[in-house]
Design a protein around this ligand. Sequence first.
Ligand SMILES: [Zn+2]
Length: 155
Amino acid sequence: MERHKTLADYAPSGPKVRVGAEIDAYCTKCRLVLGHTIMVMEQGEPTRVECRTCHSQHIFREAPPGAAPRKRAVEKGSGTWAPPSPRRPEKAWLDATAGKDLRNPIAYHPKTTFEIGQVLIHGKFGIGVVVGLKEGDKILVTFQDDTRTLVHGRA
Ligand SMILES: [Zn+2]
C-alpha cells in the first residue's frame, strides 16, 4: 500500500528534489533505504526512482512499508545528551530575599535567637532568610534550594 505523501514532506527540500537528483528511498528490491535517482516527478514529488545499488526502477517510497514516518527518534537514556540542569533558585528564595541585604548575614548557631526577616549564613546550607518562627525554638529558614527548619535560641 502506498502511503499518501503530502507536499510538506518535500517542500522544504526545494530545488534539491528534481529529476536526476539523489534521494533516499526504500528500494523494494534491496529492501533497504538507499540512495536513489529520481526518474519521474509529479506535482513536485518524486514518484519513480532508480536504485543506485541494484538499478531497478520502482515507485518512490520514503520508508519501508509499515514503517513510521521518518522522524529523528528522541533518544532516551542514551547518556549522550542531557539538558543542563542548574539549580534554579526556588520562588520562595526569590520572595524571601527580595529587598534583603545579603552581604552581612548573621552566622547561624543554634544558640543564637533569630527573628523573622533576618539573614543568616549556615555552615552547610549557605545564606538563608528567616521566614517563620515555630514552636519549640525553631525557625523556618529559606535557603536558595529549599526551606528548612532549624533550631535557635537554645540556651
Ligand atoms: Zn535496490
